[in-house]
Design a binder for this molecule. Structure first.
Ligand code: SF4
Length: 319
């Protein structure tokens, strides 16, 4: 059984003009010790999936349909108190993009880690929580005594590492990292991603990595899911996505990473812009931008079907 099974997840945001259909009928799973990358353009629903899994949707956001099974238990059925007491931090933790926004600038990092542990593990003493924090600092490559510093005394990379340490404070089974290196320069970003990979291996941690950068997924994940306009259009292992992308949108995304040893190939560009999810296009949501669109694409939504073992795609071309 997979650690996390997301089935037909559908999340809408209610706004003045109607409903933004941010995520519709999304299916994927994450095995124990596995990293799955969620990729796609801004606004495609990646972060909404993470916020739905954790039930941290902003006001107006609502899971309309679907299941989120954690170890076989549907956590969409839990109330807020149960989510806070049993799931967030203890089972699933998240590292948000922009560590400076997530850390409280007026408290020492030690206080913030101790507070997080006490909130979720009332039986753990403050000194035990502090000791745990120091060990986690060591794990993420920061001198443990620096736990007594304030966030502004850290560089951007160290803050991101401190956030990862804090997210691991209650030993979660699944870590969600939302654009973990976006605000960092490429060298520090590479170090943070290397660290996430090492931690995943050491702790046999499962991970969902959210990014718009496919190269990060290749470096860090075993599987990848491609999102377009709130729909999952392709899911496969990383090799399948890069060597045999089936969906025209995935082909467009992957063609910007040409293989330097392969024969010359034409780059496939993706014209146009993602649609307004208040009024998404009918049937295949990608049809207004798809170079291969056919009549059927405007009339019937393609099923998200298994093309070959473990490789799922939603496209009439592949049916
Ligand atoms: Fe393009 Fe049709 Fe496939 Fe959609 S279903 S991606 S429009 S070919």
């Amino acid at each position: 059984m997979a650690l996390l099974d997301v089935e037909k997840l559908t999340t809408y945001y209610e706004v003045m003009r109607g409903y933004v259909k941010a995520v519709e009928n999304v299916n994927f799973s994450v095995e124990k010790g596995e990293a799955v990358g969620l990729a796609g353009e801004s606004g495609c629903g990646k972060t909404t999936i993470a916020l739905s899994v954790l039930r941290l949707l902003p006001s107006g956001g609502r899971i309309v349909k679907g299941k989120v099974l954690l170890d076989g238990i549907d956590i969409t059925k839990l109330d807020d108190y149960q989510m806070r007491r049993d799931i967030r931090w203890k089972e699933i933790a998240i590292v948000f993009q922009g560590a400076m926004n997530a850390l409280n600038p007026v408290f020492k990092i030690s206080d913030q880690i101790v507070e997080s542990v006490s909130a979720h593990e009332p039986d753990t003493s403050n000194s035990e929580a502090l000791e745990r924090g120091k060990k986690l600092f060591e794990l993420v490559g920061i001198e443990p005594s620096r736990i007594e510093n304030y966030p502004h005394e850290f560089s951007g990379g160290m803050r991101q590492r401190a956030m990862i340490a804090m997210a691991l404070a209650c030993n979660p089974k699944l870590l969600i990292a939302d654009e973990p290196g976006t605000a960092l320069d490429v060298i520090v970003q590479a170090q943070v991603l290397k660290l996430l990979k090492e931690i995943k291996k050491k702790l046999n941690l499962s991970m969902i990595l959210i990014t718009h950068d496919l190269s990060i997924i290749v470096e860090t994940c075993e599987k990848s899911a491609i999102m377009y306009a709130g729909k999952m259009v392709e899911f496969a292992d990383v090799y399948g996505i890069f060597k045999e992308p089936l969906h025209p949108y995935t082909q467009g995304l992957t063609s910007v990473f040409p293989d330097v040893k392969a024969p010359r190939q034409r780059m496939i560009s993706i014209p146009g812009l993602p649609p307004d999810l208040l009024y998404p296009p009918a049937a295949c949501r990608f049809h207004p931008r798809c170079p291969y669109a056919m009549d059927v694409c405007r009339k019937e939504e393609p099923a998200f079907a298994e093309y070959k073992k473990g490789h799922f795609v939603a496209c009439h071309l592949v049916a």
